[in-house]
Design a protein around this ligand. Structure first.
Ligand SMILES: [Zn+2]
Length: 301
């Protein structure tokens, strides 16, 4: 298990990025990226961080950056992206027991329809298929894969190429992979696929330890959208959240979060909607005073 306390220091603060926490282990293709951490590892990681540092909320980071209060030494924040149900059922009780604040950035379209991202759909298709033969010239990836290792290598390539292609509609792309592999039915794995209900999102928000923020409505890369779609995506996600939570929303995180996924135009659009902080998924730690729309995070995988 990796020791994440190595990222804590007296001169910086760390923001950790989680997606999910599961109790079962999965030896197949699904969750090969370890997007969902095993429960035991999650508990050990959070305990280890608490022993080595001081947990803070994203609100405390925002306040410290405005000169209202100081962060403790070796401060760290816990964040979750996407809105998986296991955030509520598995992770939140652990965090509440240990009094660790957390911010949950949810993709409102996933919550509304309990739907699944295009990457999860592609991983599913690879898992249920035998030997794979794909022809995907528009991503630059094409190839065959028979073993688990070969499938993972091909998935990594597809994921990288598809994310870098701003002209690609990722949902249509996942559909094309399903078509080529002859997959027609999705049988969800509840632990990996279920998203929170609105009621669960609201319950998290009502806990003073926790905050809820936006993470797109469709999870499309914000910087790839034209002005109209960008405004639409942000407006839709925030109005759904405000409707659910009955108050203002000031936190956001960028879907995918890599340097090409956000821009000054995206940041202006979020600021214009009342957002005060939006961390990226770029790896690294931060200092008080760093731009709250360009904070780095450390993915716990
Ligand atoms: Zn995401």
């Amino acid at each position: 298990m990796r020791d994440f306390s190595q990222f804590l220091s007296a001169r910086s603060f760390a923001v950790f990025l989680f997606h999910g926490v599961v109790r079962g282990s999965r030896p197949g293709i699904r969750n090969y990226t370890r997007k969902h951490l095993h429960y035991d590892e999650f508990v050990a990681t959070i305990r280890g961080l608490c022993a080595a540092g001081e947990p803070v909320s994203m609100d405390e980071i925002v306040a410290a950056s405005a000169g209202k209060g100081n962060l403790p030494r070796r401060a760290f924040a816990v964040t979750f992206d996407d809105g998986f149900r296991n955030n509520y059922t598995v992770a939140a009780p652990v965090l509440a027991d240990l009094a660790v604040p957390a911010t949950f950035y949810v993709t409102t379209g996933f919550i509304e329809a309990n739907s699944v991202s295009w990457t999860d759909l592609i991983e599913y298709a690879f898992e249920v298929s035998g030997p794979i033969e794909l022809s995907l010239p528009f991503t630059g990836a094409c190839g065959t894969a028979a073993t688990r290792e070969e499938k993972i290598r091909l998935l990594d390539e597809i994921r990288r190429d598809a994310k870098a292609n701003r002209d690609l509609d990722p949902c249509a792309f996942a559909g094309e992979i399903w078509r080529q592999l002859g997959v027609t039915r999705f049988e969800p794995d509840p632990e990996l696929d279920d998203k929170m209900s609105w009621e669960q999102v609201r319950t998290l928000h009502q806990n003073p330890l926790f905050a809820v923020g936006g993470h797109g409505h469709t999870h499309r890369v914000l910087a790839y959208l034209d002005d109209r779609d960008l405004q639409g995506e942000i407006t839709e996600s925030l109005s759904k959240l405000r409707q659910c939570l009955g108050g203002t929303v000031v936190h956001y995180s960028y879907p995918e979060g890599q340097p090409e996924c956000y821009s000054e135009r995206v940041i202006d659009a979020l600021r214009g909607r009342g957002i005060v902080c939006s961390p990226s998924a770029v790896h690294g730690v931060n200092r008080v005073g760093d731009d709250l729309f360009r904070l780095k995070r450390i993915a716990v995988v």
